[in-house]
Every structure is written in C-alpha cells, then in structure tokens.
Design a protein around this ligand. Structure first.
Ligand code: NZQ
Ligand code: ZN
Length: 383
C-alpha cells in the first residue's frame, strides 16, 4: 500500500426529510445563492423543501445549469454573484449542478485572466465561495469530493481543489424517486465504473480498499437492477445512493493505483457526440478490460472470482468470462456496451482520438502507458 493522507471534510445528512438540516447548517449571516438545473426540483417537491429550510435566510436563485454544465452558463452565475454579493452557494440537483456550482465558486473568486484556465491550464484554485449541496441523482460522488467536470463547446475538462469540496451534502433517497429509469441506470453505472477505476488496476496489497470496493460493486450489482424493476423501493434507493457517494469520496482510492482511462476516453464521447456520461463508460470499460488484460490480469482474476464466482478455466477463459459478466450487468441496466449501440462507427474514432490528443491525454491508465495509439485500439475494440 502506498502512503497517503486522507480527510473527507463533507458532513453528510442522509435520509428522508434531511433537507431541513440546511436551516442550521448554513450560517444565518450568509447570503445564499441556490443553484439548480432545468427544473426537476420544482416538480418533485425538492425546491419547496429547500425554500422552507431557508425561510430565515437571505437567498436568491440561479436556474438553468444544464447536464454537462457549460462554461458560458456558469459565468452568468459568476456575474450574478459579483453584482449581488452572494457569499454561500447551495447546489440542488445532480452531478452537473454540483460540478457547475464548484466551478462558479472558484470562478467568482478568481483573479487571473480567464477562469477557464482553471481547467484548460490546470491553474490552482486559490480561493472559492463556500458551497454545500442537496443531491438528487446518485451517480457522481461530486457531493463529497473535490472534483468537477465542466464543458466549453466540445472541450470537456476536469479540475480538482479542496476549496470546492461541499461543506455538507444532503442525501435524501426520496428525492430520487422522480428520476427517469434512464437516469437511475446511468447513476448506478457511473458509480460502478468509479469503483472500477480505483480497483481494477494492479495489486497493492490494500485489503481494506479492495474489499470495500468489492462490497460496493456487489451492492450495485444487487440493487441496481432492483432500482429499475421496483422503482418505489426506498431501501433499494437508499443503498444505491449511499453506494454512489462512497464510490467516489476518496476512501477506496487511498494508497492504491488508479486508472481513469475509461473516464478520459468517455469525456471525448460526451464532448463530441453528446452521449450521457455513464453511457460512455459502459461502452469504453469493457474494451479497456479487453485491451489492457495483460496489465490488469491479477485484478481481473480477483474481480472475476470475488464478484462473479469465476474460478474455472485458463487465465484467458476466466478473464473472458469476467468481461462477459460485466457486459451482462450493463445490459441488465439497459445501457449501451458498444459504439454501434449509440450509432457510431469507425469514422468517429479519428475525431475522438484527436480530442484526446488536444487535451493531452497521451499517457493514460494506472501505468501511464496508454498512449494515443492504445486509446485508438480501445475504441476499435469498442466498435
Ligand atoms: O436539470 P434537471 O431538471 O434537474 O434534470 C436533471 C438532468 O436532466 C435530471 N435530474 C436530476 N435529479 C433528478 C432529475 N430528474 C428527476 N428527478 C430527480 N431527482 O437528470 C438529468 C441529468 O443530470 P446530471 O446532473 O447531468 O447527471 P449526473 O448526476 O449523472 O451528472 C453527470 C455530470 O457529472 C460529471 C459528468 O461528467 C457529467 O458532466 N461527473 C462528475 C464527477 C465528479 N465531480 O466527481 C465524476 C463523474 O465521473 C462525472 O464525470
Ligand atoms: Zn463518472
């Protein structure tokens, strides 16, 4: 196990009715800007609960943060903060609203040339407006991590800063009941792949991280299909929500190698073709497993045995069966597993590879040995 320093400072309020906790968790002297997306929170009762919780606060709102939040939209909120003097942000929505609000928080305190450089030039964030969130879509883990992904046109880029990690996050599984089956499935698959990016690498003799990761994978495989089949089951919703939060809050990733190639290749699919984030991952991950089977052999065998009970056959047969089981799970979740499932063919690969090159994604994976040609091979394996 590698050495590490770990702290997760986000306070979690989990369970039905917990939106009320906002009242005491945001200081009364703060002027709060509530940020949200396209309006789902207006029709499912979440907005009304936030409104009630903020009855004694001074607050305003910024609506319209779109899925895969766009720089131009977010900069409008930055202008509003500067004009009206907000000093606390409350993001209410899914990963896009939370990520977008993280960027707003950093951009509102930015003193350089162009806040896009936080993403494009990896400029360190020096200050940010404090923020918290109410999560309505279990998927990204953004509610309790320091990362955010923002798009500007076809460029979809990520940044990280402890200054934008939410101070607290409300996780009320009941808010997820209004999600479409597509978004439920996307969330389960995104969380699953977050675990895989931190687990399916090479052994580091990190038994706690491995077994915790396997617990999350087993839970998502068990509960994910139930979330589609019995959508009103609150126990299922609760387990999915807590799994997604735990999948990307840093804990399973401490002291171990991490991959993230699937995500970086997936971002090009979203940036260029508008495919939902999770659906890019279910297309790319099986091809990464296939193409990187030599690098990942020991962990592929461990994953196959501990998650799917695969113990028979040669190494290659076991790995083949393990990849097939992973695809079966994705199919159960009704997400695409090949580029052809989203009507893309070989002609898309040049565009995707050019995007990876432009964004400096030339040494991906846990060994940093996935060069542009290897990403091309992964995309060809995903056709
Ligand atoms: O905008 P509204 O009207 O709220 O509708 C949203 C949106 O259309 C809807 N929705 C959310 N909660 C709902 C709901 N509809 C009904 N009932 C509810 N309770 O769902 C749609 C999708 O929302 P979005 O926030 O885009 O989805 P998700 O949470 O999957 O976030 C995806 C974004 O997060 C980034 C992705 O790249 C993508 O941009 N990621 C962020 C990460 C992080 N910060 O750590 C890690 C991830 O790997 C991921 O990259
Ligand atoms: Zn993701």
């Amino acid at each position: 196990m590698n050495k590490f320093t770990y702290q997760n400072p986000t306070r979690i309020h989990f369970g039905e009715g917990q939106i009320a906790a906002i009242t005491n968790d945001i200081p009364k002297d703060k002027k709060v800007l509530v940020t949200y997306g396209g309006g789902s929170i207006k029709s499912n009762g979440v907005y009304a609960q936030v409104e009630a919780a903020l009855a004694d606060h001074q607050w305003g709102e910024f609506a319209g943060i779109e899925p895969n939040p766009q720089y131009d939209t977010l900069m409008k909120a930055v202008d509003m903060i500067k004009a009206e003097g907000y000093d606390y942000l409350l993001a209410v929505g899914g990963g896009s609203v939370i990520d977008g609000t993280k960027f707003i928080a950093a951009a509102a305190s930015y003193e350089g040339e162009d806040p896009w450089n936080i993403l494009a030039a990896n400029e360190a964030v020096k200050a940010a407006v404090p923020l918290a969130c109410v999560l309505t879509l279990p998927a990204t883990g953004s509610e309790n991590n320091m990362g955010a992904v923002v798009s500007r046109g076809k460029d979809k880029l990520a940044f990280m800063s402890p200054l934008v990690q939410p101070i607290f996050a409300v996780l009320d599984p009941k808010t997820t009941l209004s999600l479409s089956p597509r978004q439920v499935a996307n969330g389960v698959v995104d969380a699953f792949v977050h675990v895989m990016e931190q687990y399916l690498t090479f052994p580091a003799n990190a038994k706690v991280q491995d077994r915790f990761a396997e617990g999350l994978l087993l839970t998502l495989i068990e509960e994910g299909p139930k979330a589609l089949a019995t959508p009103d089951d609150m126990d299922v919703r609760s387990n999915v929500m807590w799994s997604a939060t735990q999948a990307l809050n840093g804990l399973i990733g401490v002291g171990v190698p991490q991959d993230w190639a699937t995500h970086m290749i997936g971002h090009e699919l979203t940036g260029n073709y508008g495919i939902d984030h999770a659906r890019t991952l279910s297309i790319v991950l099986p091809a990464v497993m296939q193409e990187r089977r030599a690098d990942k052999e020991a962990k592929l065998l461990q994953y196959g045995e501990r998650i799917f009970g695969i113990t028979e056959g040669s190494v290659d047969e076991r790995i083949d069966a393990t990849i097939a089981q992973t695809i079966t799970f994705f199919k159960q979740m009704e997400v695409p597993t090949r580029l052809s499932d989203v009507d893309l063919d070989a002609s898309a690969i040049d565009t995707l590879v050019a995007g990876l090159e432009k964004h400096g994604m030339k040494a991906l994976g846990e060994h940093g040995n996935i060069a542009i040609a290897d990403s091309r091979a992964i995309l060809e394996a995903a056709l």
